[in-house]
Design a protein around this ligand. Structure first.
Ligand SMILES: NC(=O)c1ccc[n+]([C@@H]2O[C@H](COP(=O)([O-])OP(=O)(O)OC[C@H]3O[C@@H](n4cnc5c(N)ncnc54)[C@H](OP(=O)(O)O)[C@@H]3O)[C@@H](O)[C@H]2O)c1
Length: 377
């Protein structure tokens, strides 16, 4: 890494809802002497934000390749919250590869991630750069949680994840889903309800129902596992990771599934999308400060049979998932990349790119706390 660069880290999309929270988190967590800057397309708002944190401002419109080249050439690490990534991400990602700059984003857009892998993976490996999409709530908790338990039980025992969540919905996330459907067709959207039904989870005393972000998290874990297969136990019969939301009873599980199915249908139709755009939160909007503070996500991971798992983990993540948990994960990813803690180059997942270094950072910063139940493993 080129430590002679002007900045250790630049945060693009800093004026957005998640971006501002990420800037606050960076101001809180950056070690003394850490050289970081906020970036955005709007000069007045980006300068105001930079002044608030006493850092530099970089002005770069996502659609301007020269501005993105300049941004990437000045820093060791880029973090970006400027989404929809499939619309605004290309020039920045290209610039990071061109100037050998580590990169992480908070995308949950599978076509965007597939494109990064297709276009940049080999060059990143050659140049020793780590590019880590899905570094927010999608998919750090699932990817690291799965990996931690899988190290104890091995590859051949199926692991299932169950999220219990309290949190709000950002206008930026809604806008990203709509952009995906409009640019690439409704089939580009993840469809949790197509794959998952409702069922009882006896060892947790609750019911499972489809989870909106499961397709993205399952895909991230599958990429991590594919990398591990290539590295280590190619003969092991790897079991796919499956993820659900956990609720209190059967009726509630069915109600949540119905609501999610309705929302997926709305995303798939032009009329539905126009209703969501009209009545849903707008880009730049998100939950209140109080809701962000009071939110949480608990991830229960069960290895083996659901009525008698051979091992179990419960991870409690603090704060609203889309916002607080996302910025905890993104900022620690950025700080780890800037401290040369990356262990794998390429377009990689959080557990493959940073693994234990990121886990330890998140545990030590209090972003996540653990409850283990080993049942012999
Ligand atoms: N992985 C996760 O768990 C997770 C959680 C939350 C959000 N997200 C994703 O993160 C993204 C941002 O979410 P959000 O709620 O923060 O949305 P937001 O408030 O609408 O922020 C979008 C950001 O993108 C910037 N942007 C838009 N067009 C740009 C351009 N041409 N050049 C430079 N910057 C541009 C906006 O700048 P202006 O301020 O100038 O408009 C803003 O900073 C979305 O894609 C969302 O789906 C993911």
């Amino acid at each position: 890494m080129n430590s002679t660069r002007e900045f250790d880290l630049v945060l693009q999309g800093a004026t957005g809802f998640t971006g501002q929270l990420a800037a606050e988190e960076l101001a809180l967590r950056a070690p003394k002497g850490f050289r970081w800057a906020v970036a955005g397309r709007d000069k007045v708002r980006t300068l105001a934000l930079a002044q608030r944190f006493g850092v530099d401002a970089v002005i770069a419109d996502a659609m301007d390749q020269a501005a993105n080249d300049s941004l990437a050439s000045r820093t060791q690490v880029v973090l970006t919250c400027a989404g929809p990534f499939s619309r605004y991400g290309k020039h920045l990602a290209d610039a990071c590869v061109k100037y050998s700059t580590h990169y992480a984003d908070i995308s949950g857009e599978l076509p965007w991630i597939d494109g990064l892998i297709r276009n940049h993976h080999h060059t990143c490996v050659e140049r020793g750069i780590s590019m880590i999409p899905a570094s927010g709530f999608d998919s750090v908790p699932s990817d690291l949680g799965f990996w931690e338990l899988r190290q104890h039980v091995g590859a051949e025992i199926p692991i299932r994840g169950f999220f219990t969540i309290r949190g709000g919905f950002n206008g930026g996330t809604l806008h990203s889903g709509i952009a995906l459907a409009e640019d690439l067709g409704a089939e580009a959207l993840p469809r949790a309800t197509q794959l998952a039904q409702c069922f009882a989870v006896p060892s947790l005393g609750k019911w499972a129902t489809p989870f909106l972000m499961a397709p993205v998290n399952e895909d991230t874990v599958a990429r991590s596992e594919a990398w591990r297969v290539a590295q280590e136990d190619a003969d092991a019969r790897h079991q796919p990771y499956l993820e659900y939301m956990l609720v209190r009873g059967r009726m509630r599980a069915k109600g949540v599934r119905f609501a999610l199915r309705t929302m997926e249908r709305m995303f798939a139709s032009r009329f539905g999308r126009s209703m969501l755009q009209r009545f849903g939160p707008k880009p730049g909007q998100g939950p209140s400060e109080e809701d962000i503070r009071n939110g949480f996500a608990r991830l229960d991971l069960l290895a083996g049979p659901l009525d008698a798992p051979v091992a179990q983990r419960s991870w409690n993540w603090e704060g609203d998932p889309s916002n607080r948990i996302t910025v905890h994960c993104l900022v620690q990813t950025g700080l780890a990349l800037a401290s040369s803690e990356a262990k794998t180059a390429g377009v990689v997942t959080p557990s493959v790119g940073l693994g234990d270094a990121l886990w330890q950072r998140l545990l030590q910063s209090g972003a996540v706390g653990a409850h283990h139940k080993n049942n012999g493993k």
